[in-house]
Every structure is written in C-alpha cells, then in structure tokens.
Design a protein around this ligand. Structure first.
Ligand SMILES: NC(=O)C[C@H](N)C(=O)O
Length: 494
C-alpha cells in the first residue's frame, strides 16, 4: 500500500484486522509524517517510543484474535487530557512539566480499545481561543493555504487547533478534542474535518483539565463522519468518577452512517441569519438545506428567539467558571512556582508569569462577574438567560424538529494576526453559531460543505436532541455524500 497515512480510520481498521498491514507499519508511517511536519507545530509532546510499544502490543493482540475496536489505530490526544506518565501542559506555562500519574477516562477508553497514542496536540492556552494563537508553545499553522496568498499562515481554528491541523495534514487518523463554546466544531470547519461535540454528560470529563465545567465536553475530530462515529463510541460512556457523566447506553454510532434521513424534520433557525452574514456562508447554508431536502428530509423554519444573547452570556459564564477552576494554580499544587517575599507575593508572581494575556483577561472578567455587588447583575442574570436559550431548543424539539441546521462559523479560516489582535471581541465572534449548543448541553457536529472561493474549507453544523448523536451522524453522512469532494492539502510543509 502506498501512503498509509492516507487511509481513513475505518479503512485502516479493516486493513489491520485482515492483516494486510501491521500496526507497527501504520504507526511508523504516522511518526515519520509527524517528524516532517514540525513546522506546523501541531504537537507539544511527541511520544514515538510509547506509540511503537503500543503498536507492537496491538499486533500481538491482532495475531491472537483479541483485537479491540480501535486496535492499532494511531491517534493524537489534545494536551488538555491528562496522560499517565506523559507531560500535560494545557498549552500553559503554569503547568510547567506537570506529568500526571493517571490517565483521563476518555483517553483511557481509547487505549483500552487498542488505540496507539502518538503524542499531545497543541491548543489555545487552557482552551481559551479560536485560532490556537494563545498557546504558550506557539501557534499551530493550518496545512491549508488561501488561494493566491502563499505567504499567509492560516490558523487551524481553536482551541483544538493542533487536533484539527494534525488530522487535516494526515499526521494521525483522528484526534481527541474538547469543546466549551465551539472548540471542536470551529477548528473542524476551518480544516475540512469532521468534529463532534457530544451531549453534555456523554463523555467523562474526569482527567481533562477543567476550563468551564458546566460547558466542557470531550469529542473527536476525524476526516470522515464514519471515523468520527467510530471514535465517539469508544470515547463515550458512564464514569462514576464524573458525576455529570450520564449512565445511558452508548449506541454503535457507525450503524447510523448512511441510514435513511427520509422524513426527518430539520429546523432552520431564522435568528442565525445574522445581519451582515456573508453571501458565501448564506449560500452554503442554503446548499446544506437543499442537500438534506434531496435526501428526503423535511425542512421547517424555526425560531430560537434568545440566540442573540448567547455570545454575551457565554462570555460571562465561561470566564466565571474558569476563574474558579484556575484558582488551583497557585505555585504550590502544580508546576510553575515563582519565589516571592511572602505567600501572597509568591501567588501573584507565579500567576503573572504562568498565565498568558487571554487567560488573565478571562480570570479577571470571571472574578468581576462573581464578585459581591455584580454577581446578581451579571452571573445570575446570565444563568437565567442560559435557561431561556435551552428552552428555545426544548420547544423546537417538542414541536417535532429532529435536528437544527446552521453554518458552523461566520467565515472561513483567517491568517495569524488578522483577528482579535486589538479587540478580543472580534475573536469571540467566531463562536456565534456554536456557543448555544454548549449553553443548552446539546450534541453538535460540524461537517465539511466544500471549499470557499478563497480555497479554504467551509463547515455546516447540525444540532441534535440530547443523547441523539445518532441522528446527527446520519444527517451529517448525508451531507458528506452530497457535498463536493475536495482533497486535503498537498504536503508543502515537508
Ligand atoms: N473553548 C472553546 O470552546 C473556545 C471558545 N472560543 C473560547 O475561547 O472559549
């Protein structure tokens, strides 16, 4: 077989189980792809020895007829997941050389099912950002190029930018990611990949560095809808160590691929047709509607009246939770410590040195909205609006809508430095279509819809009923079949 990194995860699985290729061979092909793509800065930590050891064990299990569902498949892990014996940074200096003595439940589930782990993927610091430019380990460069602009360094989206870029550049067959306000779906849309944000509670958050605990959710990024379905099945499941994880059976999501969508009711929310929405994004959305119609779905216009409050509400709740979660980085319990005159001075120096500007901004906003005198005006009010946003969706689903279709992002990927350098709100606007899903705890998927005139990928988003990821997989696979084919970028980085 020619280039093993160009197999889909599903095809690689089949080639491994039928012994056409070995896990060691497949792993070596990915390790050498990673080595020749360092300029993209996708990985913070590479773990080639560990990967080869896991691959050899996989080959033995395959030979012994004991292959797990992901046996021998090389994956990347977002560096927000704690990994036993492997440095975990959250792309922050504050964690320094923190090396967990335990494995996050979700990455542990992948390893249990036979996956090979290639290393830890870059991200925005503590997952705060939409372009991977806030990482203390430097930005990730997307493998994609804007037409006629070879010098521009295109961002892979964020915060899971290492995951999306590595998958798009064929450095791994799939990757883990996390989504608090769009961090799986937006980078997937920017890189022509598929990203799934499962229902809140579908995957365990145990062992994943916390950002905003009521919004955070783990999920996969992959090159096809089928591959994402295979990964989610292994990642999901109840975990007694996370009291918010739900004890519900995990379906075989792969069975939803190619399933008929005839008669499924798709809601198109009029509030997402923002003033100033670009003609290209509006066109993509109309196209998506047509593809689902052609596949037999029924389209209904719906109203989600509180949509316009979602972004400001998210940027109160998420920083509030972050300011509380990040209080633990005090120079005593984890990583970095800057000596000071007394304990307060040590705290201040450690936190000033350890956190980057975006993380500091969020901690300050969060502390402000939680402080006496402002708590009711901001935090409590934001929680009330959050309930209204959730109720909008509840009502749409109660009226018989099976899923909601929207664009994933308001634009294609931009170049480094082009957004948010003077005004952080410009960066926050990237999340305008994605944050509602986290606020309501719903599942969402981003699926490619083809390429824009500038040559960069476009993504459509489907939002589903709680714990109905299956419907999203079947609808997304219908879009995947209908959308124009595109090739991932040729490896200019080698
Ligand atoms: N973490 C996320 O889901 C990304 C979002 N853009 C944020 O900065 O909060």
């Amino acid at each position: 077989m020619s280039d093993l990194t160009h197999l889909s995860l599903a095809d690689a699985r089949d080639a491994l189980t039928s012994k056409k290729i070995s896990a060691v061979e497949l792993t070596k092909a990915h390790l050498s792809a990673i080595e020749s793509a360092r300029i993209l800065n996708c990985f913070i930590t590479e773990t080639p020895e560990l990967a080869l050891k896991q691959a050899a064990a996989s080959d033995e299990r395959i030979a012994g007829g004991q292959a797990g569902p992901l046996e021998g498949l090389p994956l990347g892990v977002k560096d927000l997941y704690c990994t036993n014996g492997v440095r975990t940074t959250a792309a922050s200096r504050i964690l320094d050389d923190f090396t967990p003595t335990y494995e996050s439940t979700v990455s542990g589930n992948l390893i249990r099912d036979g996956a090979v782990t290639l290393g830890k993927l870059n991200l925005d610091e503590f997952a705060m950002g939409s372009s991977n430019e806030t990482s203390a380990f430097g930005p990730v460069i997307s493998p994609w190029k804007r037409k006629g602009d070879p010098g521009a360094k295109i961002v892979p989206g964020g915060s899971s930018g290492g995951s999306s870029a590595a998958v798009a550049a064929h450095l791994c067959l799939g990757a883990t990611a996390t989504d608090t306000g769009g961090s799986i779906r937006q980078p997937a849309a920017f890189t022509g990949t598929v990203g799934v944000k499962p229902t809140y509670g579908r995957c365990s958050r145990w062992g994943i560095v916390a950002f905003a605990s009521s919004l955070d959710q783990a999920g996969p990024i992959a090159r096809t809808v089928r591959d994402a379905a295979i990964l989610l099945r292994s990642m999901a499941g109840h975990d007694p160590k996370d009291t918010t994880s739900v004890d519900a059976p995990v379906p075989d999501y792969e069975k939803a691929i190619g399933a008929s969508v005839k008669g499924r009711r798709i809601g198109v929310p009029k509030e997402y047709r923002l003033d100033g929405l670009s003609a290209e994004i509006a066109g993509l959305w109309d196209q998506g509607v047509q593809w689902l119609k052609d596949a037999g779905a029924e389209i209904v216009e719906i109203s989600l009246p509180h949509t316009k409050y979602a972004l400001p509400t998210y940027y109160i709740i998420a920083p509030a939770e972050a300011s509380s979660n990040l209080a633990r980085y005090d120079g005593v319990r984890y990583g970095l410590r800057e000596p000071g005159r007394d304990i307060t001075d040590m705290y201040e120096k450690t936190r000033a040195k350890g956190f980057g500007p975006e993380v500091r901004r969020r901690i300050m906003i969060g502390t402000y909205v939680l402080s006496a005198g402002y708590y009711d005006a901001y935090y409590v009010r934001a929680q009330k609006v959050r309930s209204l946003i959730k109720r909008d969706f509840d009502e749409a689903f109660a009226a018989g809508v099976d899923a909601v279709l929207t664009p994933a992002t308001p634009s294609t990927a931009f170049a480094q430095g082009e957004q948010g350098s003077t005004d952080p709100v410009e960066m926050y606007l990237n999340d305008v279509f994605t944050v509602t899903v986290n606020m309501a705890g719903l599942p969402g998927i981003s699926v490619p819809g083809g390429l824009a005139a500038n040559g960069l990928p476009l993504g459509l988003q489907l939002i589903g009923r709680p714990f109905d990821e299956e419907t999203l997989f079947s609808l997304a696979s219908a879009i995947e079949r209908a959308a124009p084919n595109f090739d991932f970028p040729q490896p200019w980085w080698r």
